[in-house]
Design a protein around this ligand. Structure first.
Ligand code: HEC
Ligand code: HEC
Length: 313
């Protein structure tokens, strides 16, 4: 691409004429004033004997001035600067930017090409893939899931063993590619006060062994009647719906009595945006490998030997 015309023909010519006139004018002025002899007096005399001398410019100063004008002429001949004239080297900042971008793209392609054909699980142990994956993660995912992938209220922790939609490589890739959406219905006005009370006395404390057996059994009964269709009879959740496991102590929206009450009465609606139009398939694979690696490092894999609670199908 040649340097694009930024200016209308009039303004381009205007700038060219002004610039050239200025340079020629400077030279003319310089040479006009260069003649004369040191000590030569002008005709001006004041106060009887105060004379004004007419000394020429010092030689070194004169030469430097001429050099700067020659430099400017050379620069304008080689580089763009005179209106829309491109300069003989054909350089433009746009072109330089494109060249830099092309070289970055080529490096990126080469890095991804080296990883082509590997599945997500084997990419998750490849340091080069992980560093690419982490860069994609920081750029696209950290805003919601946190730089450490540990999530926040309403944004799931991706570094643990607890999965809403599944932690197998294909499931992670699917979550990223197509996005996910889960909806917990609002039960405000549907549940009787007693039913709500029974649930609130049980659900937040499900994993607490000290919960009284009476509250557990009343709560569980109510739960199985109202909530089991989505969360499973044992509360282990349903990955097809993104219904979380409620029997553990990991909470997406908070596990306090107040937060659970809010969830039950007003519902929840979390959305993971689809990334198929934002990321290339190879970027999705490396970021999925990075996410997969977080819960499959040597230590977590050992902990995962007894997976916390398998989700009911
Ligand atoms: C705008 C916020 C947002 C961004 C950006 C985002 N996510 Fe998510 N992500 C979510 C939310 C919210 C959920 C939970 C969705 C639900 O429960 O329906 C989620 C869920 C997921 C899940 C499923 C977790 C599980 O337990 O099954 C994965 C995997 C995931 N995100 C990975 C990523 C990756 C990788 C990126 C970057 C490429 C990313 N997310 C970018 C908000 C986001
Ligand atoms: C139609 C299916 C469905 C029903 C019925 C349902 N839930 Fe949910 N529930 C969900 C889904 C899906 C989510 C996850 C919402 C999200 O990610 O935005 C959820 C989330 C929750 C959460 C938040 C969990 C967390 O980790 O923060 C709680 C608590 C909960 N449900 C309790 C209940 C209770 C109690 C009932 C019965 C009164 C119930 N749900 C009935 C689908 C359902």
């Amino acid at each position: 691409m040649n340097s694009p015309a930024h200016l209308s023909a009039f303004w381009s010519d205007f700038i060219i004429v002004i610039t050239v006139l200025m340079m020629v004018g400077c030279l003319a002025l310089l040479f006009a004033n260069s003649r004369g002899v040191v000590g030569e007096s002008s005709d001006h005399v004041w106060d009887d004997d105060l004379r004004e001398n007419n000394n020429p410019l010092p030689r070194w100063w004169f030469n430097l001035f001429v050099l700067t004008i020659l430099f400017a002429a050379g620069y304008l001949a080689l580089y763009p600067g005179l209106g829309n004239l491109p300069g003989r080297l054909g350089w433009s900042s746009t072109q330089q930017m494109h060249a830099t971008l092309d070289s970055i793209t080529a490096k990126r392609r080469a890095a991804f090409a080296a990883l082509a054909g590997k599945d997500v699980a084997s990419l998750s142990t490849d340091p080069a893939a992980l560093s690419l994956g982490r860069a994609v993660f920081i750029g696209n995912c950290a805003g919601c899931h946190g730089a450490d992938a540990r999530g926040a209220l309403g944004f799931p922790d991706l570094s643990d063993q607890d999965w809403l939609f599944g932690g197998a490589p294909e499931q992670i890739v699917a979550s990223i590619t197509h996005g996910r959406e889960a909806q917990m219905p609002a039960f405000n006005g549907i549940l009787s006060a007693d039913a709500l009370q029974a649930l609130l006395d049980f659900v937040p404390y499900w994993s607490d062994a000290k919960l009284s057996p009476a509250k557990r059994s009343t709560g569980l009964q109510q739960f199985q009647q109202t909530c089991a269709a989505c969360h499973g009879a044992d509360g282990h959740g349903n990955q097809a719906l993104g219904a979380p496991n409620l029997s553990d102590d990991i909470w997406l929206f908070g596990g306090s009595r107040e937060r659970v009450r809010e969830t039950i009465l007003f519902g929840r609606h979390a959305q993971m945006p689809a990334h198929e139009t934002i990321l290339a398939p190879d970027e999705i694979r490396v970021v999925a490998a990075y996410v997969y690696s977080l819960s499959h490092t040597a230590t977590t894999a050992a902990a995962g030997a007894q997976p916390p609670v398998p989700s009911a199908p």
